[in-house]
Design a protein around this ligand. Structure first.
Ligand code: ATP
Ligand code: MG
Length: 635
């Protein structure tokens, strides 16, 4: 098929088809008319002949001359169409009947009957030729009639001739018109169908598909546009693939960088916390010995600095954990007022030292009200806000206000405001306030200390707990931070475990195996345990620990995780297997690890540890934990 024509040129031919159809119809109309003409002609001839015969046979009827009638009949029968002639008298009696051939059947549908009356013409009256017109004319008398039967065979022949002459060309014209129009339609639609198929192929993602039809003019231009489009799409797909590859690479790099970062953090945390544990433990022990006032002052200062350093390390770790989405919240019900009160109480000493009034307002004595949240993180938020308020206020007061806004369907919406009368924050600094490591005035770093992480952590933790943290401030007048939350709530008096209260911690009784490779840490823990009334055996690694466990009975094991020769995890796994095989009772084993990152606790528990304590730990925490597994000595 050649699609080389222009659509416009082809459309011009569109007129030919209806023209041919019209011609066909015209010819049909003509045929119809000629059919009518032939019919009329036959009728006319029949009427004329019957009248003529009636007039000519007057004498024969009057005279009763059979010969005369015979003569007239023969004359009529000379016309090939005339098949039968019958003369009848006035009463309808047949006077003469003559057939063209054999006996003609009168009811034959091929015969047309023409009937004409035979009249006796009156004699001419006297005076008729005198120009006198007043004589009365007598009416002609009907004396019979003639019946003439004409065959319509000639009419049929004639009609067939007409049919052949006009209907055939009409049909041919119409068929030609139809064939032409369908051919034209095909010529127009086929390339469009092909192009539409091409577009569908491209739309389906096959950008290699190209139109190769021999098209010119508009369709040719359309085909080359579609081909161009396919080329462009193919190119942009390649570019997109390249960009996706680059993105994938970048993501992989970022992921491995973030992996490296978290590994670095884990390592740093371990490396920093282990010696910190030693330093803090030793300083605590030193503080408990006989010291002269100056030595005690030095020891306390060293303890303060160590605690501060530990805070900074913890802040950096917390921030990294929140940022990488690795911070897991621990939801539990706890008394809300008690938590806020104890947070405020922690800063009372510091505030008093600075001559500030630290007030807690809006808190009733509803000790039964419990909310479900992560108490450690909520405490961290409040502590960061109060710490800033106290830090950046020289005179006046720090006000902590807890407001219960609405209780509905076991959900409590509350706001917690920490407002101060301190130095305030300029309006233009507020937008960056919650960015990490940002401080309003770098000189404050020197004056007040800090790393600029407190608010960044507080804001991210607030968000994690589903709340918002807002700030309002006026330089020189004070600042107010408000955190708003909605927490599930209940009312239930629930006593906290006794061991959470350092004052109520009893002296303990039992044999403890302390497994720790770091000598200083071992000494610190050993002293703490001895001071709590426990008997302590020390091992330097997992293998040694297993040897001790094989020889001696212990009530509890404190197991460091990272150790040379055999680490704590492996030692615990082996000991649990030994317990299972020998059906000995369950020995409580507590992991001591400097790796405070998320997931460490789960790994320890999965290895068979009963509990987990992050280093550096405080004496109170260690003993609280041990109190769960060991009996008190009763003293
Ligand atoms: P860090 O909290 O890490 O020890 P920081 O207190 O300096 O250090 P943020 O708690 O993040 O860091 O606070 C950031 C900065 O916002 C502060 O350095 C201080 O300039 C300003 N700021 C925060 N709270 C107040 C406040 N109550 N009054 C005045 N300025 C404040
Ligand atoms: Mg701060």
């Amino acid at each position: 098929m050649n699609f080389s024509g222009s659509i416009v040129r082809q459309l011009r031919w569109l007129g030919v088809a209806p023209a041919l159809l019209m011609l066909g119809l015209l010819l049909l109309a003509l045929t119809w008319q000629r059919f009518g003409d032939a019919e009329e002609e036959l009728n006319g001839r029949g009427v004329f002949m019957s009248r003529y015969l009636a007039a000519a046979s007057e004498y024969g009827v009057i005279s009763g001359s059979q010969d005369e009638l015979e003569h007239q009949a023969r004359l009529a029968l000379q016309h090939t169409d005339v098949r039968l002639v019958i003369f009848r008298d006035q009463d309808g009696e047949v006077l003469l009947r003559r057939d063209a051939g054999g006996e003609t059947e009168i009811g034959d549908p091929d015969l047309r009957r023409f009937r004409s009356a035979i009249y006796r013409q009156p004699m001419l009256a006297a005076g008729m030729f005198d120009g006198v017109d007043n004589a009365e004319q007598p009416a002609p008398e009907r004396i019979g009639h003639v019946e003439l039967y004409l065959s319509s065979a000639s009419l049929v022949t004639r009609q067939r001739e007409i049919l052949l002459a006009t209907l055939m060309p009409a049909l041919i014209a119409m068929l030609a018109g139809l064939a032409f129009s369908s051919q034209l339609a095909r010529r127009l639609s086929q390339p469009i169908t092909e192009l539409s198929r091409l577009v569908q192929q491209i739309r389906g993602g096959d950008y290699q598909a190209r139109g190769v039809l021999p098209l010119r003019a508009e369709l040719g231009a359309l085909q080359s546009d579609i081909n161009q489009l396919a080329v462009e799409l193919e190119r942009s797909r390649r570019e997109q693939e390249r960009a996706m590859d680059a993105l994938r690479d970048a993501r992989q790099r970022a992921e491995s960088a973030s992996q490296a970062k978290s590994e670095f953090l884990a390592m740093m945390s371990h490396e920093l916390r282990t010696p910190m544990n030693g330093v803090m433990g030793m300083l605590q022990l030193l503080d408990g010995t006989m010291l002269d006032p100056r030595q005690r002052e030095y020891a306390r200062a060293a303890l303060d600095s160590t605690a501060h350093l530990l805070d900074v390390i913890n802040d950096i770790l917390d921030f990294s954990r929140v940022e990488s989405g690795r911070l897991e919240l621990e939801y539990l019900y706890f008394p809300l007022f008690e938590l806020v009160e104890s947070c405020v109480a922690n800063f009372r000493y510091l505030a008093t030292q600075k001559g500030l009034q630290l007030r807690l307002v809006g808190v009733g004595s509803d000790a039964d009200l419990q909310i479900c949240a992560d108490p450690t993180r909520l405490r961290q938020i409040i502590a960061n806000l109060i710490s800033n308020a106290v830090k950046f206020t020289e005179h006046g007061e720090v006000r902590v206000q807890l407001e219960l806004i609405e209780q509905r369907n076991e959900r409590l919406s509350l706001s917690l405001t920490v407002a101060d009368t301190g130095i305030g924050i300029p309006q233009e600094k507020l937008p960056q306030l919650f960015d990490a490591f940002s401080q309003v005035d770098s000189s404050t770093t020197r004056r007040f200390g800090g790393t600029g992480l407190g608010l960044a952590i507080a804001q991210r933790l607030t968000r994690l707990l589903g709340g918002v943290l807002e700030v309002e401030s006026a330089p020189g007048q004070g600042t107010s931070f408000t955190a708003r939350f909605v927490f599930p709530m209940r009312r239930e008096a629930e006593a906290l475990p006794a061991w959470d209260d350092a004052e109520a911690l009893p002296l303990l009784d039992g044999d403890v195996l302390l497994v720790e490779d770091n000598e200083v840490n071992r000494m610190v823990a050993e002293h703490m345990l001895h001071a709590a009334g426990l008997r302590v055996t020390c091992a330097g690694n997992g293998e040694e620990a297993l040897q001790f466990l094989a020889q001696q009975r212990f009530d509890c094991v404190l197991m460091d995780v990272q150790m040379p020769v055999m680490d704590g995890m492996e030692a615990v796994r082996r000991y649990r297997e030994h317990e299972r095989v020998n059906q000995t009772g369950h020995l409580p084993i507590i992991a001591l690890t400097a790796n405070a990152l998320t997931g460490e606790r789960e790994r320890c528990l999965a290895a068979g540890m009963d509990d987990y304590l992050a280093k550096p730990f405080q004496r109170r925490k260690l003993l609280s934990l041990l109190a769960r597994y060991l009996p008190s000595s009763g003293q």
